[in-house]
Structure formats: C-alpha cells, structure tokens
Design a protein around this ligand. Structure first.
Ligand SMILES: CC(C)(COP(=O)(O)OP(=O)(O)OC[C@H]1O[C@@H](n2cnc3c(N)ncnc32)[C@H](O)[C@@H]1OP(=O)(O)O)[C@@H](O)C(=O)NCCC(=O)NCCS
Length: 170
C-alpha cells in the first residue's frame, strides 16, 4: 500500500486486497450503510472484495480513490475517505464512512478536512462536491465544519441528495 497523507491521529493510504475482512467488519453494519449505495449492509466478503478491486483499479487509473483510513495509535483500518467521480459525471466527489464504534470522535472531520486540502493542493481540483442523503445530518455537519456550502437538492444516482460544494482558493 502507499501512504497518501497523515493527520494528527490518522493515516490515509491505498487499499490492498488483503483488507477485505477489515472492510467487511465495518460495512456489514446496517447503521454505517444506511445512507450509502444501496442502503444495505454487506452480507458477504465478496462485497468487500468487489469494492477493493474497484478501489485498486480506480487508484491506478486516476491517482485517487476512496482511501483506507487507519487510526495511527492502533494501526487498524477504521474507515474510508477520499474521492471518486459520481457515475456519468466529470465532477469530483468527496465521500467517507467510519466504523460505528469510532463515531463522534471527530475522525470524519479530521480525515475529510485534510482530504479536501490534499484535493485542492496536490490533485489540483478546482471544485469538490459531496452528496448527502437529506436525512444524514451528521455528514452534513462534517461538511459544514470543513467549509463546504450547500449547493441545493439535486438528483444523483436516481435519488435526491443535498449537494455540497467547496471551491479551491489556491
Ligand atoms: C457521517 C460520519 C462519517 C460522521 O463521522 P464522525 O467521525 O462521527 O464525525 P465527526 O465526529 O467528525 O463529526 C460529526 C458531527 O455531526 C454531529 N452529529 C452526529 N450525529 C448527529 C445528529 N444525529 N444530528 C445532528 N448532528 C449530529 C456531531 O455532533 C458532530 O458535530 P460537532 O463536532 O459540531 O458536535 C459517520 O457517522 C458515518 O460513517 N456514517 C455512515 C456513513 C455515511 O453516512 N457517510 C457519509 C455519506 S455522505
């Protein structure tokens, strides 16, 4: 794996196929998956492996993806944070998820805030969006804390999303 960036408490790095069990443990929790993708928790290890195959190939092709987030103190993967293009668009979307047992410690704010800076400074993105379920107040709060502004309610992936936008000032 390759280290992408470090924050006070976290390391963001590329995934390897060996991370499947760790990812499965996080994404087999219905609360974590409620507002993501199909809204359903992973039921089999295959689903984690499919994500990892996507992430490894996407990173190779684009130089970014939704990276693994490790807690530096334990060396354990606790979530994911990073970029991808929403299907069928040229936009850049920041996305993240964390294991339920670590919610409420400021990890999402810390990871997403540093990713945003990395996206503007190192990846030269001019604009970054984030898509939130209308009811996902915790995620909306994270975005507002790191400087995103509401763009409005828009359809992505056949669903209404509250879309947030951040612009580079570099
Ligand atoms: C959304 C998520 C990433 C937040 O992670 P986290 O590490 O707990 O986030 P942080 O601790 O950095 O910040 C959460 C903020 O939301 C607030 N919050 C949490 N639940 C809330 C709720 N139900 N209503 C209002 N605010 C809420 C917290 O108080 C905190 O704000 P504060 O610092 O002003 O007190 C996490 O809940 C998660 O993984 N959810 C499932 C996946 C997901 O929804 N991802 C986002 C898709 S857009």
């Amino acid at each position: 794996m390759t280290k992408i960036l470090e924050t006070n408490r976290l390391i963001l790095q590329t995934w390897t196929l060996a991370d499947a069990e760790n990812l499965f443990e996080i994404c087999s929790d219905a609360e974590v998956m409620k507002y993501l993708g199909t809204g359903k928790p992973y039921k089999t290890l295959d689903e984690a492996e499919n994500f990892l195959n996507w992430a490894v190939a996407y990173q190779k092709e684009n130089g970014f993806c939704r990276w693994a987030v490790l807690e530096e103190s334990s060396g354990k993967i606790i979530g994911s944070c990073g970029f991808a293009r929403p299907h069928g668009t040229k936009e850049i979307e920041l996305g993240y998820l964390f294991a339920r047992k670590v919610w409420g410690k400021g990890f999402a704010t810390e990871a997403a805030g540093e990713c945003l800076k990395y996206g503007f400074k190192k990846l030269d993105f001019r604009e970054i969006i984030a898509l939130t379920d209308l009811e996902n107040v915790a995620s909306q709060r994270v975005l507002e804390k790191i400087g995103f502004e509401k763009r409005g309610i828009e359809i992505y992936n056949n669903e209404e999303n509250l879309v947030y936008l951040a612009k580079s000032n570099i």
